[in-house]
Ligand binder design. Structure first.
Ligand code: BTN
Length: 239
């Protein structure tokens, strides 16, 4: 597995998107700092020194419908990597957030190079707050692993544990053994069975999160008790 390590880049996702053509499948690109880290929905992602900021280049042969499942595959890998490293059981907020006591520890951003008809490759970016400070404006919604275990962590060791799990769950994904991926996502979900607010391209809606579908979608029950499937969206818990 090829690993590229840089001190500082704009965004590891952006780097792999640009360089991906000439790099092998499963290349990992890591940076100590990002000055233009990005999150989902065009948000910025604070990436100072001390966090784990990396992206994976994946060149699978797969139909487009499988894309949502990639994010869940990585969420399962992150869950287990953190568990193996620290023995703590974090929560997963569909589709891409890793949560501890309501605050965000890590996020996943899956992107493609190419277009929907012809995907050249995938880039999966993973950001984990580890030893880094959380910016004051995010204190109520973000958290670093060091604050849970009350000590500084070794970034390389944590990364190795995560990458081992990425390999394990990615193999499950490629061989179409989804049960393992879905089981982790369901068992440790923060939202299943609860009232949530979901924003999709159609707008905001209050619904109940019922299940996760085999394709990685969220199965919801809407106000008129209809069961529907949502492939992507931004979710927040209703109190
Ligand atoms: C989210 O929760 O919105 C996703 C956050 C993803 C952040 C990671 S950090 C490494 C990679 N490079 C980026 O610019 N973003 C991802």
């Amino acid at each position: 597995q090829k690993v590229i390590v840089e001190k500082e880049v704009e965004s590891t996702n952006k780097m792999l998107k640009e360089l991906g053509e000439s790099l092998p499948d499963k290349t990992v690109f890591i940076a100590s700092k990002q000055w233009g880290g990005t999150g989902r929905l065009g948000r910025s992602w604070s990436s100072p020194e001390g966090g784990l900021w990396f992206s994976l280049l994946l060149k699978p042969v797969l139909p487009m419908e499988e894309l949502p499942l990639i994010t869940l595959t990585m969420a399962a890998a992150l869950w287990e990597g953190i568990y193996n490293h620290l023995g703590i059981q974090v929560k997963i907020k569909w589709p891409n957030d890793i949560i501890w006591e309501g605050k965000k520890l890590a996020g996943i951003l899956t992107g493609i190079k190419g277009d929907m008809d012809k995907v050249d490759y995938l880039i999966v970016g993973i950001g984990v707050n580890v030893n880094n400070p959380i910016p004051p404006e995010l204190e109520y919604i973000g958290l670093s692993l060091k604050d849970i275990v009350k000590r500084q962590l070794n970034l390389n060791h944590l990364l190795l544990d995560i990458l081992n799990c990425v390999e394990k769950y990615y193999q499950l994904f490629l061989t179409n053994k989804r049960e393992g991926i879905l089981a982790i996502n369901k068992r440790h979900s923060t939202i299943l069975g609860k009232a949530i607010e979901i924003s999709t391209f159609k707008g905001k809606e209050e619904v109940i999160a019922r299940d996760i579908g085999d394709d990685g979608s969220l199965i919801i029950e809407d106000k008129s008790k209809r069961i529907r499937k949502v492939l992507s969206g931004d979710v927040s818990l209703k109190k």
